[in-house]
Design a protein around this ligand. Structure first.
Ligand SMILES: C=CC1=C(C)c2cc3[nH]c(cc4nc(cc5[nH]c(cc1n2)c(C)c5CCC(=O)O)C(CCC(=O)O)=C4C)c(C)c3C=C
Ligand SMILES: [Fe+2]
Ligand SMILES: [Fe+2]
Length: 343
């Protein structure tokens, strides 16, 4: 029987340093997230980052935490439940890190008689620290626990026409009545090194003005290209003026060069360039989370207005919206009936 495994990133159990610490430990000790030799990762993560970050992160989580729990988890569960209502095959939800592990979700499917799984990493774009680590972890667990299960993975859907349609309509509906000067597409950042590491040609991705706009097989795994492509597709769908749209990258860790421009620097710059009314969309995330609700909706507004900006609007992620649920349910139905995956 066929079944579906939805996987998102995961959250700590509570917004306390005690619970944030083991979550960050699992997350940052992932070799696809902090991609340095094991001994160095140990020093960086356990010796340095985990000494101070859990307390700071817990304070940020506390600002956005809901009564039902972490917004990322709650929104992912609501999404999964709604997708289930539109499907007649088993659907399970797991998280890459934290206490809703992938092995539990695989077991749930196996117990229902599923032996053919469609894995859906809940990320529109390919990055080794998001999409790839989910695929590798699911493959490891499946081979170990259920070696006879067949696994198929949904490709990154950053330019899928149905995804672009619902994302664009979400933006259009949120912008109704908002007299914006500019729309910022803020994507989660990654270290520049990760772009080069994920380039199968080893020479295409130079992170310059042109590589991401020049056709290449490297784009199948180039996060930067895929982010830019999503923006261009939305721009075309909504016929947005080119000079009123730009990209940026948020949520970096210190020391390494990460993809630029940095979102927080843009918040400081925009008012000086005459941009007073700003809308921000965060398409790297399908569900609102710490990085959208705290960093963008709260801190971002504060930074922009401190720098002289006036009106500020954070556009919510697709979350459990009916339109997005229907798109996912249709992808699942197509795979269930014909084995076809969305283009
Ligand atoms: C959208 C995909 C994501 C990519 C790519 C990604 C890369 C990446 N992230 C970190 C470090 C942190 N990210 C944190 C939170 C976080 N990251 C994503 C998604 C991607 N990360 C989400 C959805 C969330 C929110 C989780 C939630 O519970 O709401 C955090 C934790 C919070 C904090 O302390 O800031 C860290 C740390 C790195 C290093 C990285 C690429 C190398
Ligand atoms: Fe992250
Ligand atoms: Fe590129």
């Amino acid at each position: 029987m066929k079944g579906v495994l939805l996987v998102n990133l995961g959250s700590p159990d509570s917004p306390t340093a005690k619970d944030v610490k083991p979550y960050l430990d699992e997350f940052l000790m992932d070799e696809r997230v902090i991609d340095v030799p094991n001994w160095l990762r140990n020093i960086l993560v356990r010796g340095i980052i985990l000494q101070t970050r859990p307390k700071k992160s817990a304070e940020a989580y506390a600002k956005i935490w809901w009564e039902e729990g972490s917004p990322l988890i709650v929104l992912s569960e609501r999404f999964a439940n709604k997708v289930k209502e539109h499907s007649d095959i088993p659907i399970a939800l797991g998280m890459r890190y934290g206490s809703m592990p992938i092995k539990g979700a695989l077991k749930e499917l196996n117990d229902k008689g599923v032996d053919e799984v469609l894995l859906v990493p809940l990320y529109p774009h390919y990055a080794m620290s998001s999409y790839e680590t989910v695929v590798v972890k699911v493959m490891e667990e499946q081979e170990k626990l259920f070696p006879n299960m067949k696994l198929t993975t949904l490709p990154a859907f950053y330019k899928n026409p149905e995804y672009i349609r619902v994302l664009s309509e979400r933006i259009a509906e949120s912008l109704e009545g908002f007299d914006y000067d500019h729309i910022l597409f803020s994507y989660h950042g990654i270290p520049e090194r990760h772009i080069r590491k994920s380039d199968p040609t080893r020479f295409h991705c130079k992170i310059d003005g042109k590589c991401c706009q020049t056709n290449s097989v490297a784009h199948n795994t180039c996060y930067r290209h895929q982010c830019f492509d999503t923006t261009e597709s939305v721009k075309a769908y909504l016929n947005l003026p080119a000079d009123k749209v730009s990209n940026s990258f948020q949520s970096r860790l210190p020391n390494d060069p990460w993809l630029k421009p940095y979102t927080d620097f843009e918040f400081e710059r925009f008012p000086k360039e005459g941009i007073k009314n700003l809308a921000v969309i965060t398409p790297a995330f399908v569900a609102d989370c710490l990085e959208t609700l705290e960093e963008i909706a709260m801190e971002g507004q504060h930074q922009f207005q401190e720098a002289g900006g006036k009106e500020y609007k954070h556009i919510p992620c697709l979350n459990e919206s009916d339109a997005w649920v229907k798109v996912m349910a249709n992808w699942i139905k197509d795979w269930q009936k014909t084995g076809a995956l969305p283009a």
